[in-house]
Design a protein around this ligand. Structure first.
Ligand SMILES: Nc1nc2c(c(=O)[nH]1)N[C@H]1C(S)=C(S)[C@@H](COP(=O)(O)OP(=O)(O)OC[C@H]3O[C@@H](n4cnc5c(=O)[nH]c(N)nc54)[C@H](O)[C@@H]3O)O[C@H]1N2
Ligand SMILES: Nc1nc2c(c(=O)[nH]1)N[C@H]1C(S)=C(S)[C@@H](COP(=O)(O)OP(=O)(O)OC[C@H]3O[C@@H](n4cnc5c(=O)[nH]c(N)nc54)[C@H](O)[C@@H]3O)O[C@H]1N2
Ligand SMILES: [Mo]
Length: 757
C-alpha cells in the first residue's frame, strides 16, 4: 500500500522496500518527498528487523544521490586501466557486445564466455545464470564456493536440505555460534539473538577472539586456534558418542553409517583435540555436553568456522551436519530446520533455465574434473535426490553448480584447458574479494581477454580494467525479492517495492541481461521487466493468495512463510504412502556420506593441519610467527563497498588490524600506528588497533580495502594493492578444500611491523 503519511502534503509518500545493504534483507520504510527520498527507517512490523535499521542501511540515501555513482554506460577509450572512457548509449554498447559474443562463440565455443559474481545481490545472480545457461556456458563463478552456498549444498547432500535459521520458530535451549560474529555481520539477527538470550537460551561461541557476540551472548566461549575447527567438531563427536549423549532412536532409525563414524571419531579424543585447538580439554568436554544435552539446540552457519577454512572446509561443515543429526536436532522447533526449495515458486533451476545447458557443455565446466562437489558432478547427485523429494523440483540454483574461481583465472591467463575470451562481472569486485589478488589482476589484464564487461554502481578497481562499464540501480531504485529459493533453499518469500525510478541512465541488472539475451536469440525466455520476472517467479504463490502481480503482493502482504512441518522425515508422504525420510540417496541422514564416496572423497570428516601454521611449517614460522585471520567484518561497510559514503567512512576511516597489546609492545607498535602485515606472498598496510581480547599469537585484519580518493589509473587502481587482505592470501591447490576447492581466508603465517615511512 502506498500510504499517504502526511494529510497536509500529498507529495509525501511512503514506500516499503527491502534493504540490500547486506544479505539480511530488512524491511525499510522510505519517505519520498517530491520524488526524492528524504528518510529511511525500519519497517515497524517486519519480521527481520522489527522497526530497527542499521547505519549502513540508512546511508543508502547518500548512496542513491552520491556524485560518484555511475550514471551512464562507459566504453574504454584508452589502454585497459588508463581511466579513459567515452560515454555510450545502452543500445550501442549492447549491440557491440552482442556482436563480439557471437564471434567468440563461433570461434571458441560458448564456454569461452565466463561470468563472475560475489554475494550476488539476489536477483542479479539468478538472472545472470539464466543468460549464461541460454548462451551455453557452464563457466559462472561466484562467492558461494567459500561462502554459504557450498555449505548448503553439503547439507543437502547429508540430510537433503539446508538448515537456514528461520525466525519465530521456537526458542532453543542452546545455540552455537561457530565462527560467526553477527554483532558485526548480521546486525538484525544479532538483535534477535539478544532476545533469545533474554528468553533463556544458552550460547556457545567458538571464536579465536573475544568478539562482541562472545561478550554479549556467550555462556561458554571456546577460544580456538584459527583453522582447527574440524578437530574441535570431531572432538565433540568423540565425547558425545563415547558418553552416549546422542539420540539413539534417531540414530538407529534415521542415520546412515553411524558405525563407521564411531570408528572415525575414536581418532579424536579430547586430550588430542585440546592440543590441536589450544582449547583446554575440560572446556571441550563441557561444551560438547552442554550442546548435546540441551534440547532443542541449534548450530548456526558462520563462514569462518567452515566455509573459509581451506583444506578443512568440507570436513568441518560435514561434522557440523553430523552433530545436528545425531543429537536429534533436525526439524524440531528451536533446533535446525531443514528447508528445501520453495513449493510455491518457479524457483532457481526453473527460473534460470538450467536444463537448457547441454550435457556436452556441463562437462566442460572449469575445475569440475578436480573439485567435483561444487561443480556439475556433485550438483547432479543432489539435484536427483532432491527432485524426488521436494515437490519434483530438486534443489538449488543461482549459485551452484558453479565453475571454480582459481581455475577460471588460470584458464584466462594460460588458455588451458581452453581459451576464455570474454568475462561478465556483476555484483562483484574480484580484485578485492578473491584470494590471491595478483592472479586476479593478471587475468583481468590478460591480452587473452578480448571483452570484459562490468555491471556496477561505482568505478571500482576491478571496473577500471573493463572494456565496458554499465551503471546499475541500487535497492532503492528497483524492487527486491528475498527468497532464499534464489539459492534453492529456504522457502520463504519476502519482497520489497521500488522506492524511486532509477536516476540518470541507471538500470536494474535485469535490463542488461535481457537486452543482451534478446540480441542473441533468447527472446522466448525473458519477461519484459524485472517486475514481470518476479510475478512469474512467484506465480503459484500469487495465484493461491489471489494477487495479480508480485508488486501487489509487495505492497499488501510483504512476505510469506510456508507452514512448518515438524519432523517431516517421520510423516507419511501421500504420494508414496511411506515416511518422507530425507532427500538423500539412502533416504537417511548420511553421516557417512555416499555423496562424497561417489565423488571420490573421504565419506567421513577428518582433520588436516592447514599448510601454513606453526605446526605444519615451523621453519616458516620462525620468520612469520603470527597466525593471520582475514576478513574481520565491521558494521559500517559491506566487503569492498561503501568507502565513498562519508557518513560510513567517518565510522571506519582506515583499514584496521587487531593485535594483542603485549605482542604490539614487543614489536614497538602503538595503538593507531600504521603497520605492515606481511606473508610470504607480499605485504600490506593497515592501522593497528590494540585489543586484549585476541590471542597474543593471532592477528586479524579487515578485507575489502581500496581508496576511492586515491589515483584511479593502473597500476594504482585506487590503491588496491596497499591494504587489501587478499594480497596476503593464496588460491593454489595446497591451500584448498579437496572436494569443493574452497579457498582459505584463514589461517596463514604472517609478521607485523611498524610502517615508518
Ligand atoms: N580475505 C578475505 N577475503 C574475502 C572474505 C574474507 O573474509 N577474507 N570474505 C569473502 C566473502 S564471504 C564474500 S561473500 C566476498 C564478497 O565479495 P563481493 O561480492 O565481490 O563483495 P562486494 O565488495 O560487496 O562487491 C560487490 C560489488 O557489487 C556492487 N554492487 C552492489 N549492488 C549491486 C547490484 O545490485 N548489481 C551489481 N551489478 N553490482 C552491485 C558493489 O558496488 C561492489 O563493488 O568476499 C570474500 N573475500
Ligand atoms: N558489516 C558487514 N556485514 C557482513 C559482511 C560485510 O562485509 N560487512 N559480509 C556478509 C557476508 S557475505 C558474510 S559471508 C558474512 C560472514 O559473517 P560471519 O559468518 O559472522 O563471519 P566473519 O565475520 O567473517 O567471522 C566471524 C568470526 O569468526 C572468527 N574467526 C576467524 N577465524 C576463525 C577460525 O578459524 N575459527 C573460528 N571458529 N572462528 C574464526 C572471527 O574472529 C569472527 O569473530 O557477513 C555478512 N555480513
Ligand atoms: Mo560471504
Amino acid at each position: 500500500m502506498v500510504c499517504v503519511t502526511d494529510v497536509m502534503n500529498d507529495e509525501i509518500e511512503t514506500k516499503r522496500a527491502l534493504c540490500f545493504a547486506c544479505s539480511g534483507l530488512a524491511g525499510v520504510e522510505a519517505t519520498v518527498k517530491d520524488g526524492r527520498v528524504v528518510k529511511l527507517s525500519g519497517e515497524p512490523d517486519h519480521f527481520m528487523n522489527k522497526g530497527w535499521l542499521c547505519d549502513r542501511s540508512r546511508a543508502f540515501m547518500e548512496h542513491l544521490y552520491h556524485p560518484d555513482r555511475l550514471n551512464y554506460p562507459l566504453k574504454r577509450a584508452g589502454r585497459r586501466g588508463e581511466n579513459k572512457w567515452e560515454r555510450i548509449s545502452w543500445d550501442q554498447a549492447l549491440d557491440e557486445i552482442a556482436k563480439k559474443l557471437k564471434e567468440i562463440k563461433a570461434d571458441y565455443g560458448a564456454e569461452a564466455l565466463a561470468s563472475v559474481c560475489g554475494t550476488g545481490r539476489g536477483h542479479q545472480q539468478i538472472i545472470k545464470e539464466r543468460f549464461m545457461n541460454l548462451f551455453g556456458s557452464p563457466n559462472s563463478a561466484n562467492a558461494g564456493q567459500w561462502c554459504a552456498i557450498y555449505n548448503y549444498m553439503l547439507e543437502a547432500a547429508i540430510y537433503g536440505g539446508a538448515t537456514r535459521g528461520k525466525s519465530g520458530l521456537g526458542v532453543g535451549k542452546c545455540l552455537v555460534l561457530w565462527g560467526k560474529e553477527p554483532a558485526e555481520s548480521q546486525a538484525c539477527t544479532f538483535r534477535n539473538l539478544l532476545e533469545l538470550k533474554r528468553a533463556g537460551t544458552k550460547f556457545i561461541v567458538i571464536d579465536p577472539k573475544l568478539s562482541l557476540s562472545v561478550d554479549k551472548l556467550a555462556d561458554v566461549w571456546l577460544q580456538i586456534r584459527p583453522g582447527t575447527d574440524a578437530a574441535l567438531a570431531l572432538g565433540w563427536l568423540n565425547v558425545i558418542i563415547a558418553e552416549e549423549l546422542y539420540d539413539k532412536e534417531f540414530v538407529d532409525k534415521w542415520c546412515y553409517g553411524f558405525d563407521q563414524l564411531k570408528e572415525r571419531v575414536k581418532e579424536y579424543p579430547p586430550e588430542k583435540v585440546a592440543e590441536i585447538t589450544w582449547i583446554p580439554e575440560e572446556k571441550i568436554v563441557e561444551a560438547a555436553r552442554l550442546y548435546a544435552t540441551s534440547k532443542p539446540a541449534s548450530i548456526q552457519w558462520g563462514v569462518k568456522g567452515g566455509d573459509m577454512e581451506g583444506v578443512n572446509a568440507s570436513s568441518m561443515m560435514h561434522a557440523k551436519c553430523i552433530l545436528r543429526a545425531i543429537t536429534g536436532n533436525l526439524d524440531v522447533p528451536g533446533g535446525d530446520i531443514i528447508q528445501g526449495p520453495c513449493e510455491k515458486a518457479n524457483y532457481g533451476p526453473i527460473f534460470e533455465c538450467l536444463d537448457m545447458i547441454p550435457p556436452k557443455q556441463r562437462a566442460k565446466q572449469l575445475g569440475a574434473d578436480k573439485y567435483r562437489a561444487w561443480t556439475w558432478p556433485g550438483y547432479e547427485i543432489i539435484y536427483e535426490a532432491g527432485k524426488r523429494y521436494w515437490y519434483g523440483k530438486g534443489c538449488f540454483g543461482g549459485y551452484a553448480p558453479a565453475c571454480d574461481f582459481p581455475s577460471l583465472w588460470r584458464a584466462i591467463i594460460t588458455g588451458k584447458p581452453y581459451p576464455v575470451k570474454a568475462l561478465i562481472c556483476g555484483g562483484h569486485n574480484p580484485l578485492l574479494a578473491n584470494a590471491n589478488t595478483h592472479i586476479v589482476y593478471k587475468a583481468l589484464k590478460s591480452p587473452n581477454l578480448e571483452l570484459t564487461v562490468v555491471l556496477e554502481q561505482w568505478m571500482t578497481p576491478s571496473a577500471m580494467l573493463a572494456d565496458y562499464v554499465f551503471p546499475v540501480a541500487n535497492w532503492l531504485e528497483k524492487p527486491v525479492v528475498s527468497m532464499h529459493t534464489s539459492q534453492g533453499m529456504g522457502n520463504y518469500v519476502s519482497i520489497g517495492e521500488k522506492v524511486v525510478e532509477p536516476l540518470y541512465d541507471r538500470k536494474p541488472d535485469h535490463y542488461f541481461y535481457r537486452e543482451l539475451g534478446l540480441r542473441l536469440g533468447q527472446e522466448k525466455y525473458w519477461c519484459d521487466t524485472l517486475e514481470d520476472e518476479f510475478t512469474w517467479l512467484l506465480e503459484p504463490l500469487l495465484d493461491e493468495l489471489g494477487y495479480d502481480s508480485a508488486m501487489e503482493f509487495a505492497r499488501k502482504e510483504r512476505w510469506w512463510h510456508p507452514p512448518f512441518v515438524e519432523k517431516r522425515y517421520e510423516k507419511i508422504n501421500p504420494k508414496t504412502g511411506k515416511q518422507w525420510g530425507f532427500a538423500t540417496p539412502t533416504g537417511k541422514a548420511e553421516v557417512y556420506s555416499t555423496w562424497f564416496e561417489q565423488l571420490g572423497y573421504d565419506p567421513l570428516p577428518h582433520y588436516e593441519e592447514p599448510p601454513e601454521t606453526p605446526v605444519s611449517n615451523p621453519e616458516l614460522a620462525k620468520e612469520y610467527p603470527l597466525i593471520l585471520m582475514t576478513g574481520m567484518r565491521f558494521r559500517a561497510m559491506h566487503h569492498s563497498e561503501h568507502r565513498q559514503i562519508s557518513s560510513l567512512r567517518r565510522l571506519q576511516p582506515y583499514p584496521t588490524t587487531r593485535i594483542h597489546p603485549d605482542t604490539a609492545r614487543e614489536l614497538g607498535i602503538k595503538d593507531g600506528d600504521w603497520v605492515f602485515i606481511e606473508t610470504v606472498r607480499g605485504r600490506i598496510k593497515q592501522k593497528a588497533s590494540l585489543y586484549a581480547g585476541i590471542n597474543p599469537k593471532v592477528v586479524e585484519i579487515q578485507h575489502g580495502w581500496w581508496f576511492p580518493e586515491k589515483k584511479a589509473e593502473d597500476p594504482s587502481l585506487f590503491g588496491v594493492f596497499e591494504s587489501n587482505a587478499n594480497v596476503l592470501t593464496e588460491d593454489d591447490e595446497k591451500h584448498r578444500d579437496a572436494p569443493s576447492g574452497a579457498v582459505a581466508f584463514v589461517p596463514y603465517l604472517c609478521k607485523v611491523y611498524p610502517a615508518n615511512e
